[in-house]
Design a protein around this ligand. Structure first.
Ligand code: XBP
Ligand code: MG
Length: 258
């Protein structure tokens, strides 16, 4: 039976609640800076989250709200420039400490490190966003906690395609049965499952009503001793909050079922 050798974390929505008060705000700042009167409300942003990737999200917005702009000859360069400005704003927000890790994340990462369970990241977001989030919350060496950081445009297709999890597995040198994915969204679950991984989901306000078919366990967060997690699919964590031993047990059950 495969032992749990590595945890592969999604970033946005899983490690931290980055979307509504992070990425969305940074997009709006980039739009305003470029003199555009585009503004994404929290609700509109929720609709646009159905595609992963910031450049892809701008394209989706244009196709729905400004279709005539999508056919302008230099539109791809404009999208790239807007996205680069958005990354600059987002990284600056992180450096100011605007976005904390979700409850239980730091505790679980520390537990895994102590137990020799390897850590990896598989995310759609831009690599500098990941390192900025980890530095702001775990200190300068935060990114080094993760042996593999698979992020952004380095693969041909973003989630829900399996490519980014496939890349993380290749770089870890592990088969999917030796790993567990931690995700927050339907696109993330589909991506991880297509890569052959068992998945545990921690939902957030944007994803709570999504279809997580294929996930082993769905909870509202990892929880902490003083703030237990609520489970909607699968077993209840043994202490009320998710510990490494729960993840190991859930991984064992998922692998033996498959
Ligand atoms: C999150 C995303 C990303 C971020 C924006 O995916 O969809 O697009 O919203 O990041 P995941 P960029 O949860 O899989 O990390 O603007 O840097 O693309
Ligand atoms: Mg996510």
């Amino acid at each position: 039976m495969a032992r749990l050798a590595a945890l592969i974390f999604d970033v946005d929505g899983t490690l931290a609640d980055t979307e509504r008060d992070g990425h969305r705000v940074a997009f709006n700042r980039a739009f305003a800076e470029a003199g555009l009167d585009w503004r994404w409300s929290a609700d509109r942003y929720g609709q646009l989250l159905r595609v992963t990737g910031g450049k892809e999200r701008i394209r989706l917005y244009l196709s729905e709200d400004w279709p005539e702009r999508l056919v302008e000859p230099d539109i791809e360069n404009r999208i790239k420039a807007l996205h680069a400005a958005k990354t600059r704003h987002y990284v600056a927000m992180l450096a100011e400490g605007a976005i904390p890790l979700r409850p239980g994340v730091r505790r679980l990462l520390q537990e895994a490190r102590r137990a020799g369970v390897r850590l990896a990241i598989a995310t759609t977001t831009t690599p500098e966003n990941v390192t900025a989030l980890l530095r702001a919350n775990l200190g300068e060496a935060g990114p080094d906690w993760f042996e593999v950081i698979a992020a952004g445009d380095v693969v041909p297709a973003k989630k829900p395609a399996p490519d980014i999890f496939d890349l993380a597995l290749r770089e870890l040198g592990l088969p999917p049965a030796a790993c567990l994915a931690l995700e927050d969204s339907d696109n993330g679950v589909r991506s991880a499952r297509a890569a052959g991984l068992a998945v545990v989901v921690t939902t957030n306000a944007y994803t709570v009503d999504q279809d997580f078919s294929g996930a082993s366990v769905v909870l509202d967060g990892f929880g902490e001793p003083e703030a237990p997690a609520r489970v909607s699919v699968g077993p209840v964590p043994s202490e009320g909050y998710v510990s490494l031993s729960d993840l190991q047990a859930w991984h064992r059950a998922a692998v033996s079922e498959s």
